[in-house]
Design a protein around this ligand. Structure first.
Ligand code: SF4
Length: 343
């Protein structure tokens, strides 16, 4: 079992459940007016940690506002300038993500570690295969990543700082897998899992699931992120789905939807896109099916608690396999959620 780290009120590692992270996709200079409500939805969907890039202390007020409004612990992502890390601490973040290799002189990283210790923060040492020190000993990339992380950990431990999480990301899934596996065999610090620069939704989900699924099955990994060139809502949905598929997270709506075929008479794809976030934010432990026709839909959705089967402009809503009501397409979303509420 790994050490346990406290990121604000969230525990990472040890016997804590595996947590899901994402990274805010808007520059702080354009912090959304509806930031708080978007974060509430992401939290309800199962997001546990929000990382926010903090490239410029001119955005101090925006970061402070984000921290105040975010219902999850915020981790400031720091590149190059250690003073941004010191300032982020003043904004109230729960953690920092740094790569000491791009912070510069060792004393700068040490200043950050001391300030994090004084303020009870966690630090993630975030290594990427693209920003490693020179490979003078000509070792494999996974070994170089592990050795580099252990070197930085020794700097932290010299300052009596142990609230550390490590990530070893590469865009190559094999290298990522091997790096995490190797690190876990020599250290008990908790790991944040991810495949970096993994591509769009399809490529990222395939690469990340293949890599992280195998690690998690071996008991490696305490927290994770899907990096998707796409929405952060999808990143959270993918992370939660992986944990649920592996039996590492319970509860919530299990969505079943048909792949659609020539028999479809209802645009189940658009309907699912519209309702997915709301369904994933629901805590009820139920199965909801969205089916594209009324010919095979009800049969294929037999096991679902609620099923929606469209036919032209009409939608039939089934409850436990029996027709519950028939509504127009435009009413279907409202009726679906009312039914879920009352289930
Ligand atoms: S539910 Fe209907 S549209 Fe969807 S795959 Fe089955 S037969 Fe095709």
């Amino acid at each position: 079992m790994t050490k346990q780290v406290a990121l604000g009120s969230l525990l990472i590692g040890g016997n804590a459940p595996v947590s899901v992270q994402t990274m805010y996709d808007v520059p702080l200079s354009d912090l959304e007016p509806k930031f708080a409500s978007r974060m509430e939805v992401l939290k309800a969907m199962g997001c546990d940690v929000m990382r926010i890039s903090y490239p410029d202390i001119k955005e101090h007020d925006q970061l402070a506002r984000a921290v105040k409004e975010c219902p999850m612990p915020v981790v400031a992502d720091i590149h190059f300038d250690y003073r941004n890390a010191l300032d982020a601490i003043k904004c109230g973040v729960a953690g920092l993500r740094i790569n000491p290799g791009n912070i510069g002189d060792r004393w700068k990283t040490e200043e950050v570690v001391k300030a994090a210790k004084d303020n009870g923060l966690a630090i993630r040492i975030g290594l990427n295969s693209g920003s490693l020190p020179a490979n003078t000993k000509k070792v494999s990339v996974p070994k170089l990543m592990t050795d580099t992380a252990l070197e930085y950990i020794s700097w932290f431990e010299n300052l009596d700082f142990y609230n550390t999480v490590v990530s070893l990301k590469a865009s190559d899934p094999d290298q990522t897998f091997e790096a995490y596996k190797h690190f876990a065999s020599v250290s008990d610090y908790p790991l944040h899992l991810g495949v970096t620069e993994a591509g769009g939704t399809v490529t990222s989900c395939v690469r990340t699931t293949w890599t992280l699924g195998r690690l998690l099955e071996k008991g490696i990994g305490s927290t994770l992120r899907y990096s998707i060139t796409g929405s952060i809502e999808d990143e959270v949905a993918a992370g939660v789905e992986l944990l649920r598929t592996l039996g590492l997270r319970k509860g919530g709506v299990r969505i079943v939807s048909c792949p659609m075929c020539g028999r479809k008479s209802f645009d189940s794809q658009s309907f699912l896109a519209k309702v997915q976030s709301r369904l994933l934010a629901c805590k009820k432990d139920i199965c909801v099916a969205i089916m594209g026709c009324q010919v095979n839909g009800p049969g294929e959705a037999k096991g679902a608690d609620i099923a929606i089967c469209g036919i032209g402009k009409k939608v039939f809503i089934y409850k436990k396999g029996e027709i519950f009501c028939e509504v127009g397409v435009e009413e279907a979303e409202d009726r679906l959620f009312k039914l879920i509420e009352n289930l």
